[in-house]
Design a protein around this ligand. Structure first.
Ligand SMILES: CNc1nc2c(CCNCc3ccccc3)c3nc(N)[nH]c(=O)c3cc2[nH]1
Length: 372
């Protein structure tokens, strides 16, 4: 098993706060991990991402194997050097992106063959190749190669993908070996079927991983189904290892999932919404394209320590967004990532103080109170 320590400093109900300790630094949990698809957190430079409070960013096998190529990144010193991010990096294993981005793909029990969405060239991913690519990139956290099905799906299809992912979990672990200072996470599948979720979690624990991701969610199911699957799954996972809910989510999703024992999150929402003119604030979500902001001299949040949220009027942000100005994307991405990091920072402090339920209630009330 891993020599990557996961120190749990406090618990509050099922919620935990602590830190994963890597040679490149620690990941404070609960943690939000900004998505860095093409070796960049879009519209942000690396130091700015760090200033928002991020301890770790995500990379991706699918995108980087297609462009610029895993061997090329390795030749250039690895992904940390390439993107000037000296802190931990978690890389996703590519299967999910193949199914959601590439055309003409053929999945078999051994792996997946697919055409690049960039130039139509043919590629193949197997558990072994995915783990090798993540090694070439230099990932601190490697994800097993898995198959995620969209919901709703027939139970037989969900079970087939869950069992295939377990076979690929074994092969991913065998290919990973025991590299010093690096972690390998298994991924729980099983769709919206409690018995399949429990079987998947128990089998992964028997194989043994440094951390456990909960996959196959945030794929179209209602929030209550996602939360119900968390309640079925986290009790089957070892309390002393981190849990990572993949692709989640909104601020409300994060608080409700932290309350159910999740430690790590990734989501394109704060960065994608920022590029589309939407801002996450203590008062709820604002769409700066809306004409009601055209004459509003107030910033997003005058009490925010983030310059993007404090030093620019909503009228100006509205103007930038309506004009399609690059600065609009930059400022709203910055403000959103800062908001997500502060949301997690507040959660960590509230858990340590034994008041997470109050924190979640106060934060949710702020969103509902809406704009002042
Ligand atoms: C949005 N909902 C959602 N996302 C899911 C992902 C991808 C998580 N994001 C990784 C990423 C990394 C870099 C760049 C872009 C994305 C999954 N990944 C895997 N391997 N397995 C899943 O079951 C799985 C389920 C998901 N649901």
């Amino acid at each position: 098993m891993s020599e990557i320590p996961f120190r749990i400093a406090a618990t509050d109900g099922a919620a935990r706060t602590g830190a994963l300790v890597f040679p490149r630094g620690e990941i404070r949990t609960p943690a939000f991990m900004p998505v860095g698809t093409a070796a960049t957190v879009k519209a942000m430079y690396a130091g700015q991402v760090r200033e928002t409070g991020a301890d770790v960013v995500l990379g991706n096998v699918y995108h980087l194997m297609l462009r610029p190529g895993a061997e090329r990144v390795a030749e250039l010193g690895g992904l940390h050097r390439f993107m000037n991010w000296p802190h931990p990096i978690l890389t996703d294993s590519g299967g999910f992106q193949v199914m959601s981005l590439s055309s003409l793909r053929k999945l078999d029990k051994d792996g997946v063959t697919f055409k690049s969405h960039i130039d139509g060239s043919t590629h193949r991913l197997t558990p072994e190749r995915s783990v090798e690519i993540q090694r070439l990139l230099g990932a601190d956290v490697t994800m097993q190669f898995d198959e995620c099905v969209r919901l709703p799906a027939p139970p037989a299809e969900v079970e087939r993908a869950m069992r295939l992912s377990l076979a690929w979990a074994e092969r991913s672990k065998a290919a990973f070996g025991t590299p010093q200072g690096r972690a390998l996470f298994g991924i729980v599948q099983g769709g919206d079927a409690p018995d399949l979720r429990k079987a998947s979690a128990r089998a992964l624990v028997d194989i043994g991983f440094d951390g456990y991701a909960i996959g196959g969610l945030a794929v179209g199911e209602p929030q209550h189904v996602m939360l119900a699957m968390l309640e079925e799954t986290t009790p089957e996972l070892p309390a002393g290892r981190p849990r990572y809910l993949m692709g989640v989510g909104s601020p409300d999703d994060l608080l409700k999932s932290v309350a159910r024992g999740v430690d790590m999150f990734d989501c394109v929402m704060p960065t994608r919404a920022g590029r589309h003119g939407q801002a996450f604030t203590r008062f709820g979500k604002l769409n700066l394209k809306n004409a009601r902001h055209a004459d509003d001299p107030r910033p997003l949040d005058p009490e925010s320590p983030c310059p993007a949220a404090r030093d620019y009027s909503r009228a100006y942000l509205h103007h930038l967004v309506k004009s399609g100005e690059i600065l609009g994307m930059m400022l709203l991405t910055w403000a959103n990532l800062d908001y997500y990091q502060r949301l997690m920072e507040g959660a960590r402090a509230a858990i340590a103080a034994g008041r997470f339920a109050d924190y979640a209630a106060e934060t949710t009330a702020g969103w509902e109170a809406g704009d002042r």
